[in-house]
Design a protein around this ligand. Structure first.
Ligand code: BGC
Length: 473
């Protein structure tokens, strides 16, 4: 019988000699992934300086993009808006109606999974695809502009852009594995509008929004204690409101010093100059294999697109060097990004009961990767998942702690969206514990800054920003 690709020889007990070597190497790797309190604090302090630097005129690692979102919603915003969210993994089109009653809204939506091959398609294909999905949505819901005007659209584009105003955004660089030529250095609003016009789709873009800004506005609207909006999904980032007087790079606009404006930090780029983050060989490998080596250093250690990949690289390394999963054919695990971060979470969750025999993980590894580890090996896999995810959560806390320190926020909430945060086993608890270590809250105090699930940023948040922009408030 022909052996299935990636199949494993019948599970045989691992020899003690091999096991010892594997455990020794796992221990070594664990040490390179461990970040103690002192290091967390050192990283955070450097982070604070870099956030400051990004607001100034000289170039630093963190872009600190000015979003031109100048107002906070009051709850009395009204109007009907289309919203489109082009993030890392899905495309979502919504029709949002902000109703007369305070805080009222209605929403209908369609979500499309973006195939991996789209990450390298042409600019025309990308904008054409988005325009077509908008058109399908309009047709299906029979949406018509009032008074023959065009339908207003808020476009959530979750990549770093330089904005002169809210209806404009020049892509600085693709992140999250996207690599479509002809977009970097260009205004994405103009490119999408061109695709809409070519198809006679009666839609015009009233606001370009980052997902973090949407999350901040939507969350602060429901809960004024939310001071930071953050995403931890495929990518990682945060936004907050800053006083214009503290942003030297927009001094020429002569805005009132106390006027608030949304800053999309784009802090996934933190430490691109490699000064503080303790990168190990696996991080270097991830960077090398990415379409933009040298970029998004922090994001590559923290975000969902990369934790599964880090784990995969470690498993393959242990197999090749010390005989871990001896007898298994790791072919299916050799492809870049073969493993999603949700796999790690599922493993860790099942392992939470110490007596678990890991039935689900066993089935999943066999079905998805064709490998059949012994129970001992499965437990090692769980340990590795914990090592990778613990580091991600602890480093994630540094960015949030840095914004809070810089802004003098000692109490408040952080609205977080993204599957790596909401679906990953214990991520929130681990990040909260690290935040406590960094900010040194007294043991008897409850957490002073807490993580809460963000409100719908790219639907309701984007519609609110659109309403504020067109003056429906
Ligand atoms: C992008 C950000 C975005 C974040 C979360 C990063 O890769 O650069 O704009 O907010 O991912 O989606």
């Amino acid at each position: 019988m022909k052996e299935a690709q990636g199949a494993c020889a019948p599970t045989a007990p691992v020899s003690q000699g091999t096991l010892d070597k594997v455990l020794q190497e796992v221990d070594r790797i664990a040490q390179t992934f461990t970040i103690d309190r002192e290091s967390l604090q050192r990283i955070t302090d450097h982070f604070v300086k870099e956030l400051e630097r990004g607001l100034g005129n000289e170039d630093g690692d963190i872009p600190m993009n000015v979003t031109w979102v100048m107002n906070q919603p009051t709850g009395y915003e009204t109007g009907q808006f289309l919203t489109v969210d082009f993030g890392g993994t899905n495309l979502r089109v919504c029709n949002v109606t902000l109703t007369e009653e305070k805080g009222g809204c209605e929403l209908t939506q369609h979500k499309f999974k973006l195939s991996k091959h789209m990450r390298k398609c042409t600019a025309d294909e990308l904008w054409g695809f988005i325009a077509d999905r908008i058109n399908d949505f309009i047709q299906e819901h029979n949406l018509r502009p009032h008074n023959s005007e065009k339908l207003p659209l808020a476009f959530t584009f979750s990549y770093p852009v330089t904005q002169d105003n809210i209806r404009h955004g020049v892509l600085q660089r693709w992140t999250k594995g996207w690599d479509i030529s002809g977009v970097e250095g260009h205004d994405v609003v103009a490119q999408l509008e061109q695709a809409l016009e070519q198809r006679n789709i009666p839609v015009h873009i009233v606001a370009l929004v980052n997902d973090t800004t949407g999350a901040l506005i939507a969350s602060a609207y429901r809960d004024p204690e939310v001071k930071v909006g953050s995403i931890l999904g495929t990518g990682c980032n945060a936004a907050y409101m800053e006083k214009c007087g503290r942003i030297p790079k927009i001094a020429s606009h002569n805005l009132p010093a106390d006027q608030l404006v949304g800053i999309n930090t784009e802090y996934g780029a933190f430490d691109n100059s490699h000064q503080v983050l303790p990168r190990c060989d696996f991080d270097l490998e991830i960077d090398r294999a990415s379409p933009r080596p040298g970029q998004q250093t922090y994001e590559k250690m923290v975000a969902g697109l990369y934790t599964g990949e880090l784990f995969r690289l470690i498993i393959v390394h242990l197999h090749d060097t010390v005989g871990f999963l001896e007898g298994c054919d790791l072919r299916r695990l050799r492809d870049v990004h073969a493993m999603e971060s949700s796999v790690l979470s599922r493993m860790e969750e099942e392992n939470a009961t110490p007596e678990s025999t890991m039935v689900e993980t066993r089935t999943m590894l066999k079905q998805e990767f064709g490998i059949e580890p012994t129970l001992e090996e499965l437990k090692i896999c769980c340990l590795l998942a914990e090592i990778v995810c613990m580091r991600a959560a602890r480093l994630y806390a540094c960015g949030i702690a840095a914004i809070c320190k810089k802004e003098g926020v000692t109490r408040g909430r952080v609205g977080v969206d993204g599957s790596a945060f909401s679906k990953n086993y214990k991520f929130k608890e681990r990040a909260a514990a690290a935040l406590r270590e960094i900010l040194e809250w007294p043991a008897e105090e409850e957490d002073l800054i807490t993580f809460v699930p963000a409100e719908d940023g790219s639907g309701i948040g984007a519609a609110l920003i659109a309403a504020l922009t067109v003056g429906n408030h």
